[in-house]
Design a protein around this ligand. Structure first.
Ligand SMILES: [Fe+2]
Length: 251
């Protein structure tokens, strides 16, 4: 599987505080069946990570993975804040895309008043494709889910977070994640993991528990591979849900 959203690099944002913790997270990723991880530290005013800093962390981490014999491939990336992105040059933003391609992992704004649609349109006009991280957690998208549908029609693709589907952010966020998946608006599924313990990795199990086991290949392999190859996953993703696996997840 390919995890397109993971705060794996040590001491660069609110992910692992040191190399040992980062290696534990990497080990947990590999144990969960993930073979490729996009390292996506925050790129935001509080953590203004740029291409050079992320590249240095990536080299250090790859060396440590080899030394520890952890079979995990890493690709370059960042989780980019909307307002911060709008203030960056094309060259700066190009250094933050997933694997150096055209796709930016854009954090869904957690404030209720961010200019999301206008900002996304601006970034797309500048030539960047947008993978929208965890729309299910964004208050403005929870309030107006049709905004996600409009964004997707405009070319945006989404990344639903495993912990959201599991209910780790509460029932409301869980229902929003389910709604995205059931309305064909979930294109990729990622962990957004920050450590082996807190917001830990794991993609297959949360999908299976929610009745979407049949979607593992599509959401965690095929579509992420398309994004890394510079292609867009299809606009609508019809997912079959097997009901009754967990009564508490009844949508
Ligand atoms: Fe994240």
């Amino acid at each position: 599987m390919i995890d397109l959203h993971c705060h794996l690099l040590p001491a660069i944002d609110d992910g692992p505080p040191d190399l040992g913790a980062a290696l534990r997270l990497a080990q947990a990723q590999a144990a969960a069946g993930v073979r490729t991880v996009a390292v996506t530290p925050h790129a935001i005013a509080a953590w203004p990570n740029d291409e050079a800093r992320i590249a240095r962390g990536l080299i250090e981490m790859r060396t440590a993975l080899r030394a520890a014999s952890i079979p995990l491939e890493l690709v370059h990336g960042a989780e980019v804040d909307l307002r911060w992105a709008l203030g960056r040059s094309d060259e700066e933003l190009s250094g933050l895309t997933l694997d150096g391609g055209r796709w930016l992992l854009l954090e869904s704004p957690l404030t209720a008043t961010a200019p999301l649609e206008e900002g996304v349109a601006t970034l797309r006009r500048r030539g960047f494709e947008i993978l929208l991280a965890h729309p299910e957690r964004a208050p403005l998208l929870q309030r107006e889910p049709q905004q996600v549908a409009r964004l997707v029609r405009a070319g945006v693709r989404t990344q639903v977070t495993a912990g959201a589907l599991e209910g780790r952010f509460g029932r409301h966020v869980q229902r929003c994640a389910l709604a995205l998946m059931e309305s064909g608006l979930a294109h990729t599924f990622a962990s957004d993991s920050h450590s082996a313990e807190r917001r830990r990795p794991g993609l297959r199990e949360p999908l299976e528990q929610a009745g979407f086991g049949a979607a593992v290949r599509l959401l965690c392999e095929e579509h992420p591979a398309m994004v890394l190859a510079g292609q867009a996953p299809p606009e609508t993703v019809a997912l079959k849900r097997r009901r009754g696996l967990l009564g508490r997840l009844r949508g």
